[in-house]
Design a binder for this molecule. Structure first.
Ligand code: TMP
Ligand code: ASP
Length: 241
């Protein structure tokens, strides 16, 4: 069990603790599951460890593909050491297939393949329900410059191609996902996590949901689905240090 410093931040799915190295934090993945901006909540045993293992796997593969994240290393079953970022309060969603909010917003059928990946921006605010925004809002309200938005969208598209390939080899279709970014010195890097909490993952053959829609839609079997994702990606779930 590693020593955790002062709790610096607590979100719905993670906690960030200080360490003895300035600029480095420990990110702990919680077992809490939330949806609809925290209005729906449950605790699911084992989810923190599953998400930590899965996010570490994706961050490592993204790093190898030239997409940098805040992760330094996984350091425990549900913890990773990360660089402290100055977070940008704009979430970037990439969609390959219509599902979730875009279906409601535009009256699309769930499962409609999109001709090319679509990126969308949302302002990160639970009280406001993460409203959709465009580049002008981000600029005007000082959340990110136009150049930074262009850069985040480019990184998000690159993440999309890397994740699509990894998941396809595991028989999983990447429907959509959400990313968060932050400043690290002069760079913008990926923050937060890449897990089935923030992605839609469908079995390529059956369309079976292997993501947090199991919780949002009361389908049950969330930890079984996340375990299935990890197993199919050959992620070792036993953290040995
Ligand atoms: P949406 O269909 O609700 O807009 O979500 C699209 C994808 O992004 C879905 O995989 C869930 C993820 N997402 C989050 O994880 N958190 C968020 O706050 C938002 C807006 C989306
Ligand atoms: N912002 C939402 C939440 O309450 C995200 C979601 O529905 O996945 O966790």
């Amino acid at each position: 069990m590693m020593e955790l410093g002062e709790l610096k931040y607590e979100g719905k799915g993670k906690r960030l603790y200080s360490t003895d190295i300035p600029g480095e934090l420990i990110q702990q993945f919680k077992n809490d599951a939330t949806a609809f901006d925290g209005k729906k909540h449950d605790v699911i045993a084992g989810k923190g460890e599953l998400n930590c293992a899965i996010s570490s796997f994706f961050f490592e593969h993204l790093q190898a593909a030239g997409v940098h994240s805040h992760m330094i290393a996984r350091v425990g079953s549900d913890t990773m050491r990360v660089h402290e970022l100055k977070m940008i309060p704009v979430e970037v969603v990439v969609r390959n297939v219509a599902a979730g909010s875009i279906c409601k917003r535009l009256g699309l059928d769930e499962g409609l393949p999109l001709e090319r990946p679509l990126t969308e921006l949302f302002y990160k605010s639970d009280p406001l329900g993460d409203p959709m925004i465009n580049t002008e809002h981000a600029q005007l309200f000082g959340w990110a410059s136009e150049r930074e938005i262009v850069h985040m969208r480019q990184m998000a598209r690159k993440v999309n191609t890397v994740l699509i390939d990894l998941l396809k080899s595991a028989g999983i279709q990447l429907i959509d996902f959400k990313l968060e970014f932050g400043h690290l010195g002069n760079d913008i890097v990926l923050g937060d996590e890449v897990t089935p909490d923030g992605c839609r993952l469908w079995d390529i053959d059956t369309g079976n949901r292997l993501d947090k829609d199991r919780f949002r839609r009361d389908l049950g079997g969330l930890s079984e689905a996340y375990t299935e994702v990890a197993n199919r990606l050959h992620i070792n779930l036993e953290y040995k240090g």
